[in-house]
Ligand binder design. Structure first.
Ligand SMILES: Nc1ncnc2c1ncn2[C@@H]1O[C@H](COP(=O)(O)OP(=O)(O)OP(=O)(O)O)[C@@H](O)[C@H]1O
Ligand SMILES: [Mg+2]
Length: 253
């Protein structure tokens, strides 16, 4: 069943066209990688799906519902969550507080509404569970600003997971990470439930080819290839764009 659908999406920024007639359907539980060179429109595409940008034309559907004009938080409430390239953390709160706020917000419980220790405990337990999944338990009392860069990226994924999404958009979750951190993050993403629909923008082709069920390649805002990893890998246009430019991709082609 199609869970997320982009229907003829087009995005202009003033005179610059970032996305051209992008149509794409992602099935429930599918893991889809979006690849393409710098400036291809990958982040713009995610922002249209997540609600951070409104398309110039075209529509976005989630579970068959037209969400084109819904704000970010309304999409999150429907089960569509995201992380972006830039950091989006509360740097002066601890790791634990960052995640707890996200869990609490998702459950729509303002602090003053806490009546029972039960709900307080449930939120703390959920927070601990998410921290542990991302290997952040030992850092729970550290301020977010004092985390290593890779750990900050992990914390961003933790915040996205706190909303218990059914579909998750990950924009370069391993950007700026060391090879060891990248491998750790890839392992974590791999370990997420198969029922979770995932769209991932990733430059690390090892991660892309090991994770994705299907791959869509963007170039100058257009879809130039889509299919299984094998199909995309052998696509002549993809080869032409990547060959000689990124050795990691070259290895996979
Ligand atoms: N808010 C904006 N205003 C104007 N132009 C923008 C804006 N956001 C993106 N662009 C332009 O749109 C094009 C696509 O950018 P986008 O960030 O979507 O690319 P990307 O594929 O995510 O690239 P990267 O791999 O470097 O992250 C680029 O030419 C970029 O300069
Ligand atoms: Mg980008």
């Amino acid at each position: 069943m199609t869970q997320l659908k982009a229907d003829h999406l087009h995005k202009d920024f003033g005179g610059l066209t970032a996305l051209v007639d992008v149509t794409l359907e992602v099935k429930s539980g599918e893991r889809r990688a979006i690849i393409g060179p710098n400036g291809a429109g990958k982040t713009t595409f995610f922002k249209l799906l997540a609600g951070e940008h409104i398309p110039t034309s075209g529509r976005v559907y989630f579970d068959g519902q037209d969400i084109t004009h819904l704000p970010v938080h309304a999409r999150a409430n429907l089960g569509l969550s995201h992380t972006f390239q830039r950091n989006n953390l509360f740097f002066d709160l601890t790791v634990f507080e960052n995640v707890r706020l996200a869990v609490q917000h998702h459950r729509r419980l303002a602090w003053q509404m806490f009546k029972s220790a039960g709900s307080y405990q449930a939120i703390n337990e959920e927070t601990e569970k998410i921290l542990s999944q991302l290997g952040l338990s030992d850092h729970r009392q550290q301020l977010a600003r004092h985390l290593a860069y890779g750990q900050q990226r992990s914390l961003e994924v933790a915040l996205a997971l706190a909303t218990e999404p059914r579909a998750l958009l990950l924009d370069e979750p391993t950007a700026g990470m060391s090879p060891a951190e990248t491998a750790e993050m890839a392992k974590f993403i791999e370990s997420l439930p198969r029922s979770l629909t995932m769209l991932i923008v990733e430059h690390d082709m090892d991660v892309v080819f090991s994770l994705a069920d299907r791959i869509t390649a963007l170039h100058y805002g257009q879809v130039i290839a889509e299919g299984s990893p094998e199909e995309v890998r052998s696509n002549p246009m993809v080869q032409e764009i990547y060959l000689g430019t990124q050795s990691a991709v070259k290895r996979h082609l």
